[in-house]
Design a protein around this ligand. Structure first.
Ligand code: ACO
Ligand code: KIV
Ligand code: MG
Length: 515
């Protein structure tokens, strides 16, 4: 099937900038415009030239910098606005004046305070003037979503006759519903006698969360330009998101008879740039550009994706500019994802039992921590292996009381060579109390040469990793322990070192001397 071209009109720099707090400098607008050009956006609306001296300069700078996309400026249906837009667009290789006037009864009566006939007259005058200054003119019926269809037909016909090449039917206040909006576009194209002389465009706002759905329904009804913004930035709840429109059309060629010229690999970098410049973070679950858009945490999905990516992905992360998709390990993960990640880290298990033991520890840790990082896995494997090694001493349970103004007290239950033993001791701090309690049972005679604690990853839910070095009779051993509770990590590390000390004794004196 021969696909028709869908014009992608990006208004991040104009409607996007109308988001409270999203103002951009001239330099920032140029940087974003160059990314949009690289992405092969057809039209870049760079600003509203009459709004301020700064916006005039910004439109001018974008017009001078961009070569491959058409650069556009907004203007009211007023002579001064249109002349200012034309002046700012002077340097453009391809420029467009976008002029608009409201057509809904509520806007005409209360805001413009004009009669419908006057609105038509002013629209026609505006389009004519713009066409005298520039070939490419777009006319918008502001608040078309709440305008009467007969009046819309009348003003659209007049605007096309006056020279508008693109007719935009905005749902300015996000009031439209897909089926009804599509019907509005269909009727306009059918009923306006000269509709074949213009491209019909849509510009949808997201007040009811329907901006993309409305835009796509309109495309199905014959619209051939969509106005949209990166990350859905825009007035109030925003505009239709460019990345969602482009990827919907691209992912469902069976549904849409149009195609864009967008190179989607630039989508994520552009999204990041817009987010950085405006300071508006992208929500993690945002389609296409959110951090979680290609991330899988649940075991069943991870297993599916590892076996055949398309089981849970309708797009490829790399196609829209992500480095890769992501298998995130957490409490919903399963063995397949766990084993695969460890293999990627170069860690394999000799037996399925060893893997299962590590997996049990992993689930326990995941219950305490939101996300498990590679460093957590490495520490966990070290723990599993230490546990698997001949263990003379094991920590069964421990409790530490530590209060301001009171001496810390530790109670430990140890399993020594198969026998449970209880001990308690006070110490200068909770770790000191635990170590004294352990020593009251073991009497290792070793001296503590080093004690250090590190957060394995960032965040207060991170695991603490403790390293302990013990020396006895010329032998020095290290012990490692990790836990989200650093006192427990300290006990694990100490016991790990005691066991290492014993193992090294066994190696040198097979009969052993005991710990
Ligand atoms: C749906 C949209 O996104 S529309 C674009 C919205 N964007 C902006 O408004 C950003 C830039 N705007 C501005 O900088 C200023 O509003 C300016 C420079 C355009 C105008 O500033 P001011 O002259 O001080 O007018 P103000 O903003 O207070 O009021 C708007 C005036 O324009 C009139 N007007 C509004 N839309 C149009 C239009 N499309 N065509 C002609 N006149 C219009 C209003 O009726 C009002 O006229 P009045 O002053 O005679 O009552
Ligand atoms: C100026 C027009 C196109 C607009 O932004 C709107 O109606 O939302
Ligand atoms: Mg708008």
């Amino acid at each position: 099937m021969n696909k028709e071209h869908l014009v992608i009109f990006d208004t991040t720099l104009r409607d996007g900038e109308q988001s409270p707090g999203a103002s951009m400098t001239r330099e920032e607008k140029v940087r974003i415009a160059l990314m949009l050009e690289k992405m092969r956006v057809d039209v870049i609306e760079a600003g509203f030239a009459i709004a301020s001296e700064g916006d005039f300069e910004a439109v001018k700078a974008v017009a001078a910098a961009v070569k491959d996309s058409t650069v556009c400026s907004l203007s009211r249906a007023m002579e001064a606005d249109i002349r200012r837009a034309a002046e700012a667009l002077q340097p453009a290789a391809s420029g467009r004046i976008h002029t608009f006037i409201a057509t809904s009864p509520i806007h005409m009566k209360y805001k413009l305070q004009m009669q419908p006939d006057q609105v038509v007259e002013q629209a026609v005058k505006a389009v004519r003037l713009a066409r005298n200054l520039m070939d490419d003119v777009e006319f918008s019926c502001e608040d078309a979503g709440r305008s009467e269809i007969d009046f819309l037909c009348r003003i659209v016909e007049a605007a096309i006759a006056a020279g508008a090449r693109t007719i935009n039917i905005p749902d300015t206040v996000g009031y439209a519903i897909p089926e009804l909006y599509a019907e509005q576009i269909r009727q306009l194209i059918e009923r306006v006698p000269n509709s074949d002389q213009a491209i019909f465009s849509v510009h949808c706002h997201n007040d009811l969360g329907l901006a993309v759905a409305n835009s796509l329904a309109a495309v199905q009804a014959g619209a051939r330009q969509v106005e949209c913004t990166i990350n859905g930035l825009g007035e109030r709840a925003g505009n239709a998101a460019l990345e969602e429109i482009v990827m919907a059309v691209r992912t469902r060629p069976d549904v849409f008879s149009v195609e864009t010229r967008i190179e989607p690999v630039h989508i994520v970098p552009t999204s990041r740039l817009v987010s950085t410049v405006t300071g508006f973070p992208v929500q993690p679950n945002k389609a296409i550009v959110g951090k979680n858009a290609f991330a899988h945490e649940s075991g069943i999905h991870q297993d599916g994706v590892l076996k055949h990516r398309e089981t849970y992905e309708i797009m490829k992360a790399q196609d829209v500019g992500w480095h890769t998709n992501a298998i995130v390990l957490g409490k919903h993960s399963g063995r397949n994802a766990f084993r695969t990640r460890l293999q990627e880290l170069g860690i394999s298990f000799a037996t399925e039992q060893e893997l299962n033991n590590a997996f049990i520890l992993f689930k326990q840790l995941a219950d305490k921590k939101h996300e498990i990082y590679d460093e957590d896995l490495q520490a966990l494997v070290t723990d599993t292996r230490a546990a698997a090694a001949a263990e003379h001493v094991q920590l069964v349970a421990m409790e530490v009381q530590s209060k301001t103004g009171e001496t810390p007290l530790a109670q430990v239950v140890l399993n020594v060579e198969g026998q449970e033993q209880n001990a308690q001791a006070e110490g200068s701090g909770p770790v000191d109390a635990v170590y004294k309690a352990i020593e009251s049972v073991i009497s290792s005679g070793a001296s503590l040469e080093l004690y250090s604690v590190n957060a394995i990853t960032s965040g207060t839910d991170s695991q603490g990793e403790v390293t302990v070095r013990l020396a006895r009779g010329g032998r020095i051993v290290n012990g490692l322990g990790a836990d989200t509770d650093i006192v427990i990590a300290s006990a694990k590390a100490y016991i790990n070192a005691l066991n290492a000390l014993q193992t090294s004794v066994e190696r040198t004196h097979p009969q052993g001397t005991g710990i």
